[in-house]
Design a protein around this ligand. Structure first.
Ligand code: NAD
Length: 466
């Protein structure tokens, strides 16, 4: 096992005294020990972020942008190393991991450019001798909490806009994937980021970190990505001193394949988004509604794609247990396993790409987030009613539509109650577009100028000319 990896607080890489072990999901073997920071170290990190705030927010925008660009260059130069670490601790294939690091760098570059567009506003005065301006100001110290499924891009999607806005950050990565987060922090240090602007607190006891930052009045915003359950708890805690909060939570994405769509193109795209990261994505298609006239062609291609898909292991044993439970429940209620559906023998938390036919909405796969490589196919005949069925979920993150009918595109896109709708494919998280959900999928946006605005306050300044 490698040496103990440390937390970054201010200018120092710190030992925490206690450590926890990170395991490789592909083999179950230990990979490294990591500093297990208690709440007092979270508070020390807030001290460091608060001390660094005045200098960082006062820095000229182009200087902040230069440092962020340097960090993006460092990430890009280290992409192979960081990807190898991510694959070891999280399990996704190397090419996906490398793509994620490069996309993380791209988010930083985009946010760096936004520093030069933090415009204020001039508002007509209330009378002739009155002038009114709106001045964008950073919200202050930000705490970020990220999940394990995209261990690097979740961090850069918070750091980019926060740093661009002039905020300083204390970030806690998921306990399953702290090693790639440490390598991201090393890249920022190498880029010359001033001490305290980005602090990384690793811990196996997330509730203690949560309490420490949620009750610290110097932390003015918390940006969280993870489960709806933890998100709800943080929303409750944020009431304590009325903190700003962004919560990117779970999802239960529907796919709607209408009778005028190309079933083969749709099946290929659905397979790409379904089996990405072995289905461990909040945007993963979870209810695939296919018009009965296309069901045979669509399902045959989806099965072909599933059988050709390259999947890493799931994150841990509970993840495999949940996927198995969902598949067994579906079969018990009348679904058919068209491919996959059985955990392979041997080490590691692997589960094959699985396609289920004959699925209905009473099954667990339709009601809970499976967070695994299971593609449930439901047939429909009524094109109006299917939108209602798609909306019948507490979540509202992503919906995918396949149609070549323009009127239907517009009508259905307007009726779907989701933060993001894609029609006939297209990326979900490019840096220039706001990513985020509604309903139990959370609030706040990451990406685009909306994402940066989430880290800004607009101060109202009124001047009387006397
Ligand atoms: P999780 O909520 O268990 O953990 C997420 C993060 O919260 C981790 O860093 C964890 O250590 C921390 N955490 C756990 N309990 C906490 C507490 N009491 N106080 C403070 N922090 C705490 O989620 P997970 O299982 O790691 O991730 C999967 C979930 O994340 C899924 O539901 C998925 O849909 C969601 N997700 C959402 C998005 C999005 O953008 N909407 C993106 C990726 C993942």
């Amino acid at each position: 096992m490698a040496d103990t990896r440390r937390a970054l607080i201010g200018a120092a890489w710190l030992e925490a005294g206690e450590t926890f072990t990170v395991h490789a999901p592909a083999t179950g073997e230990p990979l490294a020990r990591v500093a297990d920071c208690g709440p007092e170290l979270a508070t020390q990190a807030v001290d460091a972020a608060a001390a660094a705030l005045p200098g960082w927010r006062a820095m000229a925008a182009h200087e902040r942008a230069d440092l962020m660009r340097a960090a993006a260059r460092e990430l890009t130069a280290r992409a192979d190393t960081i990807a190898a670490t991510m694959t070891a601790e999280q399990g996704k294939p190397l090419a996906e991991a490398r793509g994620e690091v490069l996309s993380g760098a791209d988010h930083l570059l985009w946010a760096a450019e936004e520093t030069r567009r933090l415009y204020g506003e001039t508002v007509p005065g209330a009378h002739a001798d009155n002038r009114i301006w709106l001045l964008p100001e950073p919200v202050g110290v930000v705490a970020g909490i990220t999940p394990w499924n995209f261990p690097v891009s979740m961090i850069t999607r918070k750091l980019g806009p926060a740093l661009a806005a002039g905020c300083t950050v204390v970030l806690k990565p998921a306990e399953q994937t702290p090693l790639s987060a440490i390598e991201v922090a090393e890249a920022f240090v190498a880029a010359g980021l001033p001490p305290g602007v980005f602090n990384l607190v690793t811990t196996s006891r997330p509730a203690g970190f949560g309490q420490a930052v949620m009750t610290d009045p110097r932390v003015r915003k918390v940006s969280f990505t993870g489960s709806t359950e933890v998100g709800r708890e943080l929303i409750r805690q944020s009431a304590h001193d009325v903190k700003r909060l962004s919560v990117e939570l779970g999802g239960h994405a529907p796919v709607l394949v209408f009778p005028d769509a190309d079933p083969v193109a749709a099946a290929r795209a659905v397979a790409r988004s379904k089996f990405l990261n072995a289905g461990q994505a909040c945007t993963s298609p979870n209810r695939i509604f296919v018009h009965s006239s296309l069901a045979a062609a669509f399902t045959a291609e989806l099965v072909r794609q599933a059988e050709a898909a390259e999947l890493g292991p799931l994150i841990d044993e509970p993840a495999v247990a949940k996927v198995s439970r969902h598949v067994e429940d579906a079969v018990a209620r009348g679904a058919t396993v068209l491919t996959g559906g059985r955990r392979p023998e041997g080490a590691g938390t692997f589960y094959p790409a699985t396609v289920l036919g004959g699925v209905s909405e009473d099954m667990l796969v339709c009601r809970e987030e499976t967070f695994g490589p299971v593609a449930p196919v439901l047939e429909f005949d009524d094109c109006d009613q299917v939108v209602e069925r798609a909306n019948a979920t507490p979540y509202g993150l992503t919906a995918y539509v396949w149609t070549n009918d323009l009127s239907r595109t517009v009508r259905v896109a307007e009726e779907l109650q989701f933060g993001m709708v894609t029609v006939n494919g297209g990326p979900l998280a490019p840096p220039q577009a706001p990513f985020g959900g509604i309903k139990s999928s959370g609030y706040g946006r990451e990406g685009g100028h909306h994402g940066v605005a989430d880290y800004l306050e607009y101060k109202y300044l009124s001047v009387g000319l006397g």
